[in-house]
Design a protein around this ligand. Structure first.
Ligand code: NAD
Length: 451
């Protein structure tokens, strides 16, 4: 089957490569000429584990190609996947201009029956909007097929999803979707077939619910700090309840990325437009904003006034295994420290190029130890694996003041303290260094709260 995927970003490129791997004949279209030129040169414009291999394998087999010219690809496709961005507007609603552009492009290219599939996250009613743009007299049907992949494990998520959601009004289009996903259906992946509006809503309800869990546990973390409880153990104790489950119950510096902040705001906006309220989601957003501010307060409670101080930040992407810095809490911390007059030394395994483009004033370092060199404080912001095994002895000698603020709770406080570093994390008791650090002048730890 011939497939056209419009938009070759995180979702479009993964979708195109995976569908080609299923044996489909896929053309990926993107209006970004530089991106398509990179793809033609065999270079992948984003960091996503396994994607380069999958793209090159399928491109070499002749099943996957890239173009900026949508015409021929649209005409020859039995299914057109729309995977363009749907960024937030000022008022929180989704900006659908790119989706509309694609719908207009399809309108002039309908030469036979096609399933027009929205993979982009789009508000309820967008399927109808696309139908109106294309025109009711044409032979096509709009299908909603929301994507649930996570950056960093996108291929695995696409190939082994928890479920497929297909929103369709037309059996012919549903059959096309079943054929496309037949390798997954054959493996027993559950499929929810419903109407277009319900499928559109499933995506927003899912992301809003996950974001709510994150804000919830972050609120619990603050409460733990004030009451002397340990959030790690609280989360474990909650998560063992099968009705609750353990995922998305890790305290941190707030949710970020290109989906949760945008999709929760869009959910609130959608509710407003429908004359309803999404009060839980509104609170989720408010808590997230407050958590971000609380992280700055936490850093300052250890560092003191950032002006003239040097801070090492580990991690810039909003989560590990991606180079995506959109709405990253780490970038929020970086921006605030820079604007308050700190010198900021950073390291991230994949996101430095993206971060440098928007924050050239930071000092970009080759690894975590170079970042720590001469810093008054080390802050862990993203839970990359390489930050889970820091050599504390090395850090103690590199840092001007041996102290860590860990906003991902990667370590046991006692272990860090035993290595001679002051340690502050989330939702549990801070730990002061138990040993006088050897070879380091016994400088007073300015601003460290008594633990
Ligand atoms: N990133 C994720 O983890 C994720 C997961 C699930 C769903 N989604 C949703 O998928 C959609 C895409 O997200 P993304 O992260 O891949 O975005 P992205 O910004 O990485 O990619 C979008 C691509 O679309 C291209 N584009 C825009 N208008 C175009 C047009 N008219 N013709 C051709 N190309 C065009 C852009 O040049 C860009 O390359 C969004 O709605 C998002 O909410 C994203």
């Amino acid at each position: 089957m011939r497939i056209c995927v419009v938009g070759s970003g995180y979702v479009g490129l993964v979708t195109g490569a995976c569908l080609a791997d299923f044996g489909m004949d896929v053309v990926c279209v993107d209006q970004d000429e530089a991106k398509v030129a990179r793809l033609h040169a065999g270079r992948i414009p984003i960091y996503e584990p396994g994607l380069a291999t999958l793209v090159s394998k399928n491109a070499e087999a002749g099943r996957l190609s890239f173009t900026t010219e949508p015409g021929p690809a649209l005409e020859s496709a039995a299914a057109v996947f729309i995977a363009v961005g749907t960024p937030p507007r000022e008022d929180g609603s989704s900006d659908l201009r790119y989706v509309r552009e694609v719908a207009h492009a399809i309108r002039g290219r309908l030469n036979g029956y096609k399933a027009i599939v929205t993979k982009s996250t789009v508000p309820v009613g967008t399927g109808r909007m696309i139908e109106e743009i294309i025109g009711h007299d044409r032979t096509f049907s709009v299908v909603s097929n929301p994507e649930f992949l996570r950056e960093g494990s996108a291929i695995e998520d696409f190939m082994r999803p928890d479920r497929l959601v297909i929103g369709s009004r037309d059996q012919r289009a549903t059959d096309i979707m079943r054929e496309i996903y037949s390798p997954l259906l054959a493996r027993g992946v559950p499929i929810v077939v419903t109407d277009v509006e319900t499928a559109e809503m499933i995506k927003y309800a899912s992301n809003s619910f996950l974001a709510t869990r994150i804000s919830f546990i972050n609120e619990v973390a603050e409460l733990c700090e004030r009451t002397g409880a340990d959030v790690q153990v609280v989360a474990q104790g909650m998560g063992l309840d099968r009705r609750i489950g353990s995922l998305f119950l890790r305290p941190g510096p707030g949710f970020g990325g290109s989906c949760f902040p945008k999709d929760t705001r869009a959910m609130v906006s959608m509710a407003r437009d429908a004359g309803a309220r999404a009060e839980i989601v509104e609170a989720t957003l408010q808590v997230n904003d407050r958590v971000r501010e609380r992280m700055l307060t936490k850093i300052e409670s250890v560092l003191g006034d950032p002006r003239g101080r040097t801070v090492a930040l580990l991690g810039l992407s909003f989560k590990p295994n991606t180079d995506d810095i959109r709405e990253s809490p780490a970038m929020f911390v970086l921006e605030n420290l820079l604007s308050r007059g700190a010198t900021v030394r950073v390291h991230d395994p994949a996101a430095m190029e993206n971060a440098r483009r928007v924050r050239p004033a930071a000092i970009y370092c080759g690894d975590q130890y170079e970042a720590a060199d001469g810093a008054d404080l080390l802050v862990i912001l993203t839970e990359w694996n390489q930050f889970r095994a820091l050599e504390f002895d090395r850090l103690r000698h590199s840092l001007r003041e041996p102290r860590i603020v860990d906003l991902r709770n990667l370590y046991e406080p006692e272990r860090v303290a035993a290595a001679g570093l002051a340690y502050t994390s989330l939702g549990r008791a801070d730990a002061a260094p138990v040993n006088e650090p050897r070879g380091v002048p016994a400088a007073p730890l300015r601003g460290v709260e008594a633990s």
